[in-house]
Design a protein around this ligand. Sequence first.
Ligand code: B3K
Ligand code: ZN
Length: 876
Amino acid sequence: GQIVHLEDYRPTDFVLERVDLTFELDPRETKVEARLIFHRREGVSPSAPLVLDGDELTLTGLLFDQEEMPATLYDVSADALTIRGLPESAPFEITVTTLLSPETNTQLMGLYRTSNVYCTQCEAEGFRRITYFPDRPDVLAVYTVNIIADKATAPLLLSNGNYLGGADMSDGRHFASWFDPHPKPSYLFALVAGDLGVAEDKFITASGREVALRIYVEHGKEPRATYAMDALKRAMKWDEEVFGREYDLDIFMIVAVSDFNMGAMENKGLNIFNDKYVLADPETATDADYANIEAIIAHEYFHNWTGNRITCRDWFQLCLKEGLTVYRDHEFSADMRSRTVKRIAEVRHLKSEQFPEDAGPLAHPVRPTQYREINNFYTTTVYEKGSELTRMVATILERDLFKKGMDLYFERHDGQAVTIEDFIACFEAASGRDLKQFSLWYHQAGTPLVTASGSYDAAKQTFTLSLEQSVPPTPGQSAKRPMHIPLRMGLLLGDGSEAVATSVSGAEVTNDVVHLTERRQTVVFSGIPSRPVPSFNRGFAAPINLQVEQSADDRALIARHEADLFARWQALNTMALDNLVKATGQVRRAEPVTCDEALVEGLLTAAEDDRLEPAFRSQVLSLPSESDIAREIGRDNDPDAIQAARQAVLSALATSGRDTFTRLVGEMTLSGPFRPDATSAGRRALRNSALSYLVYGDERPEKAVNAFRAANNMTDLSFALTLLAHRFPFAEGTVEALAEFKRRFADNALVIDKWFAIQATIPGASTLDRVKALMSDPHFNAGNPNRVRSLVGTFAFSNPTGFNRADGEGYRFLAKQILDIDPRNPQLAARILTSMRSWRSLERMRADQARYALEEIAAAPNLSADVSDIVERMLQ
Ligand code: B3K
Ligand code: ZN
């Protein structure tokens, strides 16, 4: 693959006016006829040829205005079709015919088959695997789609837009036609054909239009789409109320398929989903599954405006639709559930996934300027950091002006393919505020570090805050400029009340936001009656690392009194993290591990405080993960020491809090039928957190075995099984529970994925053998992305001690898997390989082993562009 540069962007030479597609579906020989009407763009040289993209295509016919195209006028290869001698300005029609084999398309890009259903995935560059086409997001056209297929095996024929009509044909086939009136880029094209069941409902828009809602699933699974349907209706209503966005077609369809490279896809009017994010019922889905379904259904629906109506000019602008849409789905979930708890979950996810990416060899700006393989840029930086940037715009502008800016964006750019600069310009125009310096967030990679220190002058009653910011160097970017960091903060007095400064100087301050814009800035708060405790980065308003000397007492004060509940959690989490880092050092020096009194006290006080919602208390009890600790340490990491340290702190907490945890398990027990709402989920979460301390504080597996037996929903059942397997991997009770779980859910692949994942995350060196054995389990299927991610992906991403075995066997295993997956499904292989993105922060011996494995991958012949791009950047 060649490197594509943002600066090389220029519009196409030809304007595409209309697209008319006819598919004659067949598993091995699908015929696609594309009739494309173009005209030469004004000012383009009359000799410029039309160049269309292709990928592994076979051309079987080419017409110009319905006449055979002379062979002298075109050149064709599998990845390009170049046509010369085209009219100077008049519109003309090109008819391209290609032949496809959906059944052997294992990449899951373009048109493929999954469980006997034809389906498509075109983002980013999959449409060029269907026909020769100007396959780029700034080419918007109106599509008509005709689908012809065998009626018995494919009674259902779907595409984007509104249904025009259809009929039976004399040969056992039938056809259907669809018309999408909204101009769209090719990446939003979709086709589905097969035999599926459907859940139906309807939605009346704010302006009174009726929209038919359909969720297509495998026959028999219709009842499991109920929650997804409910989430969809709530998302449609929320988008009307909060963003003023109405749906714009007569029908909205979702299709669940079992072979899919990612979560879901926002094709216009016809979203295609990984069935994992559609199907749910209490017996088979956890509270986390329900929350994910709600978020992803909403995310894809929200794309209808942020992505589809307004799309990206080029793929460098991916965050324009993804960052903004993630922000929208975060806000939706915050409104549906607990805002604080949602924010805690988001920050945990951001820090555990995006921060390591930004600190490692794969770091890139939210708006990159070059790529080799665009599929490798669907990253947590583009998505999650991109969302944080939108959130910062909302923080800087505040609610009303942010809303005004969003309204302007929809008004100004509807129907266009635009850039991040266009997006930001709307907020500048709406607010009159200069966001030039702020925009650096899009262009400079790396997590900024803010160092803060304060001093109190009792005589003058002033508190002076010294702030310093730096952005670490990242690949291709050695020097960075200071950014505009909106730091939300409060000053707490000894009694827990918040100090109100009579004046502030040294930086712009709006409400509780200090606008840090220089490398070094001093902010003086006057009229502060006693030494305050600063609470920084309320709500995690800025995605930064913060370095501040703060005593455990000061943190405890924040944890008890902060008005911002997120900041309370943050104080306790930081206290825990400091303790865990210290404990890791103690393990490595073979010293006894100590658990601070202040931590025990802080965690138990919050856990017992019934004025706080259970989900929040559960978040407090859940200690930073092994990878959180590794990230905080940053270098020379020994995963075994981290794990031992964390276990020791956990045991100490378990001992000190036994009474609290016992009481909580009782108090939080729910009766009555299962309900997936946030309040019930919160009680289950707190109960399970408390239970896990009891299990870790006990030498015997009985408590976990009993919990497993008593569970009447998947949340509790899988939690109990995880506790058993992770704490007592070889106990008889564990072996039995694992076997029973498998027997019970043998016919449900999504639940078997949990069974794989639980075993893949058992700590310790011996898990590698277990994972290898599981790969021969009849339920494992190396061709299905969900299976591969649950077993191989989970092992590499989420089992620090198992994967990072000191002998390097974990890395060699992964290298072998990557080379095995790559020829079939390069996107999947490349994604799983990113699990090694933090290899340089390992201790020397492990880092060497990791490098050998990466070098082995890099040296393999015929690597895909996807894998070679990742492996080369990782080794650079
Ligand atoms: N836009 C799709 C992701 C497509 C990934 C292509 N490799 C799903 C989403 O973000 O909503
Ligand atoms: Zn998206």
